[in-house]
Design a protein around this ligand. Structure first.
Ligand SMILES: Cc1cc2nc3c(=O)[nH]c(=O)nc-3n(C[C@H](O)[C@H](O)[C@H](O)COP(=O)(O)O)c2cc1C
Length: 207
């Protein structure tokens, strides 16, 4: 089987982790590398990954996450944060992102203008900067889960959380970043349940 499809077949939203099993440092580094290598629109990388391995922190976090047991039973929880302020088209961070491409000054200016125009006409009328950054965060989320599955490490994406509460527990400076989504990582306790998916032909259209 193709190794990516093998990993995607192994992956499921794991509800019950073995709390005795921890992820090795090497595996955790590999998973974080997958997050780091993730693509983002305009190469903005407007994210931050907070890795939680401490039992005390996971315990404090769990009530803010609908009291889901995955939070405390998983070896690690990665809190994926969006950085909506970083994407300001006229801000320093966005400017530096374009400058690092090594283009001429004129080409860089044109690129920034194109980005600014796109954000103002297509993005901001439809969604907040937080929502746009969160979309990018979900790409990293997918890569984290697939990378983990490639080493037979289980995961559960977590959208069932109260944002303000999680940010308070983790003492996050919300001027810098805001929680987009969480992912619990560890090793399954139970067999994977049968996969439920609508037929491919219902979801895919060729033209
Ligand atoms: C962004 C996102 C957030 C999710 N949040 C939760 C969650 O908070 N708790 C949970 O148990 N499952 C959560 N899930 C898991 C989904 O319910 C699950 O992926 C879906 O039912 C398909 O099952 P599978 O992942 O096992 O194939 C989430 C999935 C995604 C993609």
């Amino acid at each position: 089987m193709n190794p990516v499809i093998k990993a995607l077949t192994f992956r499921h939203a794991c509800k019950s982790f073995d709390p005795r099993k921890k992820i090795s440092k090497a595996h955790l580094d590999m998973i974080l590398t997958a997050a780091h290598l993730s693509p983002s629109s305009f190469g903005m990388e407007a994210w931050k990954f907070i890795v939680i391995g401490s039992d005390d922190v996971k315990k404090a976090l769990r009530p803010a996450c609908w009291n889901q047991p995955q939070i405390t039973e998983a070896g690690h929880v990665i809190v994926i944060c969006a950085r909506p302020r970083a994407i300001d088209p006229l801000g320093k961070y966005a400017g530096k992102n374009f400058e690092r491409r090594g283009l001429s000054e004129d080409a860089t200016k044109t690129y920034i203008e194109k980005y600014k125009n796109h954000m103002e006409t297509e993005v901001f009328p439809r969604m907040s900067a937080y929502a746009w950054c969160s979309k990018q965060c979900y790409i990293a989320l997918a890569n984290i889960m697939t990378a983990a599955a490639s080493e037979e490490i289980d995961s559960c994406p977590i959208e069932g959380f109260e944002k303000d509460w999680v940010e308070k527990v983790l003492n996050i400076d919300t001027k810098e970043c805001e929680v987009a989504v969480l992912v619990a990582l560890g090793y399954r306790m139970k067999e994977q349940p049968p996969r439920r998916r609508h037929p491919m032909e219902q979801m895919i259209e060729y033209r």
